[in-house]
Design a protein around this ligand. Structure first.
Ligand SMILES: Cc1cc2nc3c(=O)[nH]c(=O)nc-3n(C[C@H](O)[C@H](O)[C@H](O)COP(=O)(O)O)c2cc1C
Length: 347
């Protein structure tokens, strides 16, 4: 009830301000307090990481690692911070986040606003237990974007359990060009070198856009396998605007939430047919059924962001609990047993 009132109040505010208040509330100890939802069925391994449950917080919610302790209490099994770039940068001018309430969606064009890798590394160094990783980004004005990803990993890598190479944000001009085969191979090779130089190398994930052809997916999967990527995150936000009803549908930026669910799940299912790498399903997850569908389409774990805008901070709890019930109903001993069992529905 209190959460519903809080959500209704937040929704009357400018979306970026509401987001700032939600982070402040989490920092102040408000919100769910139980910690990650646990059960033997939900416990799972992702690229060597031991997750209490497979429901993760997607990148972009806590870009600067300021609310990690509060977030760790909300039920998520794992959390992705960032994106961090080597130097702090302000991002695009406001407004740059829009609610599309009728579509249960959002459009953002933040453009990697963040405090920079040094400040974020200092906060991550003080964090408590729980699985947390960092989304790596490049500065807008960088003349060596591939080098930026390696720099952020070198700066923050000692304090995280995993890192994600994000070449799929639509909000930094030409960033997505790094998904092309030659650029991607060069970039991932440099990131692998930075990772090998850490005292304790971490699993490195690659996050891709949903607006890719099946041919491009094949190239990306092969390069990811060849360069030691540990898992592929499918997907980031989309440039598509198909089937929207809300007033802000023509804003520039990346679309997330419900309209992304099918599209990102199709990419996930296609990938699961062409690579043996573990996959992380992201895009439009707002219920246990949708998390389960991603797992059955090929995901070893899932992440969400926009669902929180409409579902509130207890959403991770509800999804993890519901997922446990669904796995039990269908006779699966654990998450891993359900992975890819429904891929045919999506291809
Ligand atoms: C406001 C906002 C900021 C985001 N920032 C990042 C980011 O910095 N790095 C990244 O890889 N993805 C970022 N994303 C994408 C999300 O991590 C996720 O891939 C996408 O929103 C789809 O999931 P959802 O439908 O559950 O939101 C952002 C999304 C939103 C809505």
């Amino acid at each position: 009830m209190i959460e519903r009132l809080g959500l209704a109040a937040l929704r009357t505010l400018d979306p970026e301000r509401a987001h700032g208040l939600a982070l402040a509330a989490l920092r102040g100890g408000l919100g769910p307090r139980g910690g990650p939802v646990m059960s033997p069925r939900l416990r799972t391994t992702l690229a060597g990481l031991d997750l209490p449950n497979p429901v993760g917080l997607a990148a972009g919610f806590d870009k600067n690692a300021t609310a990690l302790a509060g977030l760790a209490r909300t039920g998520f099994g794992w959390i992705e911070i960032g994106a961090a770039t080597p130097r702090a940068q302000p991002g695009n001018p406001r407004p740059r986040l829009f609610r599309l309430a009728e579509d249960r969606a959002a459009i953002n064009r933040f453009g990697f606003n963040n405090d920079g890798a040094d400040a974020i590394a200092a906060r991550l160094a003080r964090r408590g237990s729980g699985i947390a990783g960092l989304n790596l980004g490049a500065n807008k004005d960088s003349d060596d974007r591939a080098g930026d990803f390696a720099t952020v990993l070198a700066t923050c890598g000692a304090h995280v359990d995993f890192a994600t190479v994000n070449v799929s944000s639509p909000n930094t001009e030409r960033l997505r060009d790094l998904q092309g085969p030659a650029a991607l191979a060069a970039l991932l090779t440099r990131v692998a070198e930075a990772n090998a130089a850490l005292d304790r190398p971490v699993p490195v994930f690659l996050k891709i856009a949903p607006d890719l052809s099946v041919d491009a997916l094949g190239d990306i999967a092969r390069i990811a396998e060849d360069t030691g990527i540990a898992a592929i995150v499918a997907t980031n936000t989309t440039l598509s605007r198909e089937g929207l009803k809300s007033a802000h549908q023509n804003e520039i930026g990346g679309l997330s939430g419900q309209p992304l669910f099918e599209m990102s799940t199709r990419i996930l299912a296609a990938l699961s047919g062409i690579t043996t790498l573990p996959l992380i399903g992201v895009g439009g997850v707002a219920s246990a059924d949708q998390a389960y569908a991603k797992i059955r389409a090929g995901a070893s774990a899932v992440q969400l962001y926009t669902g929180l805008v409409y579902g509130g901070a207890s959403l991770a709890n509800r999804i993890a609990d519901g997922l446990d019930t669904l796995l039990k109903r269908d006779g699966y001993a654990n998450v891993a047993d359900a992975v890819s069992t429904g891929r045919a529905d999506w291809t």
